[in-house]
Design a protein around this ligand. Structure first.
Ligand code: SPD
Length: 284
């Protein structure tokens, strides 16, 4: 039996990485295995989770549990914006976030900036239930460096900026730094919302704290929330929801959820910033 093992912690922004734990995924079939200028890209089939995408041997998404991550990153910040129209996704080449955004009628423009075209190509071919919105006329795939794209974008343009990044390793580390967040804030409208994946609470405490500190240097409020994602290292996964508008009460829900969700529901949204103590300790 052949397995693909993800080793972690994958990074610590201020400590030497020492990968001492792993999760194995049995490979019943390898659907794609190749590499781009940026990374190794693999799509395997696992008997339990279905098809799964790995980048540089880091688990990105599986058919069976992808909805938890994609719904969490999308619908929590949108619930704090009235009728959003323009959205920027940095990363997100598998298309899962774009699919969730397309559920909102008010959204007119979704710019998806993914540095690695191979991720989009492979996802369209092998993960069609996730990469199913690239043909929606509102979705514009832009193959570019996300940090550079944000730097070059006009101010006060977006209602929502979502960072669907991989882990803070290699060139992707810029997506966790203060300079990048400053530009994200600049391109958001006053009432705009920002959200980013914030790594595993159990395994990436130091990186998580660094990210939180950098976000706090820039945004008026920074609210951690979490989801339980079975295929991510140790499952307890953190997101950060941020805004420029200090006058807005982050607890107030001002936009309704679309109907057909499988993870996020209305009751969760009211208490979404109530997080386990371990997360609060990480961020101290
Ligand atoms: N350690 C895994 C972090 C992955 C975050 N991005 C996943 C991409 C799914 N669209």
């Amino acid at each position: 039996m052949k397995f693909l093992y993800e080793l972690y912690p994958s990074t610590n922004l201020n400590e030497a990485v020492n990968k001492t734990v792993s999760t194995g995924f049995q490979i019943s079939k390898t659907l794609y295995s190749g590499s781009s200028d940026f990374q190794e890209v693999d799509v395997i089939e696992n008997p339990f989770y279905g098809r799964a995408l790995f980048l540089d041997n880091l688990m990105m998404t599986t058919e069976k549990d992808e909805f938890i991550y994609h719904e969490s990153l999308t619908h929590v910040p949108i619930s704090r914006i009235k009728n959003p129209e323009r959205v920027l996704i940095i990363g997100g080449g598998d298309g899962g976030i774009a699919r969730e955004l397309c559920k909102y009628k008010s959204i007119k423009e979704i710019n998806l900036v993914e540095i690695d075209e191979l991720v989009v190509t492979v996802s369209k071919e092998f993960l069609p239930s996730i990469a199913c919105s690239f043909n929606d006329p509102r979705v514009n795939f832009i193959c570019a460096d996300g940090a550079k794209y944000v730097e070059d974008s006009a101010s006060n343009y977006y209602d929502l900026v979502l960072i669907d990044s991989s882990d803070p390793v290699g060139p992707g580390i810029v997506l966790f730094q203060e300079k990048f967040y400053t530009h994200c804030k600049r391109i958001l409208k006053t009432d705009g919302q920002f959200a980013a994946q914030g790594m595993g609470a159990f395994v990436e405490a130091a990186s998580q704290k660094m990210m939180f500190q950098n976000l706090n240097k820039v945004f008026s409020y920074v609210k951690p929330y979490y989801a339980v994602i079975p295929t991510y290292p140790t499952s307890l996964w953190v997101f950060f929801n941020c805004s420029n508008n200090a006058k807005q009460n982050p607890e107030t829900i001002i936009n309704e959820l679309p109907e057909e969700l499988k993870y996020i529901n209305k009751a969760m949204l009211s208490a979404v910033y109530a997080v386990p103590q371990i997360i609060l300790e990480n961020l101290k």
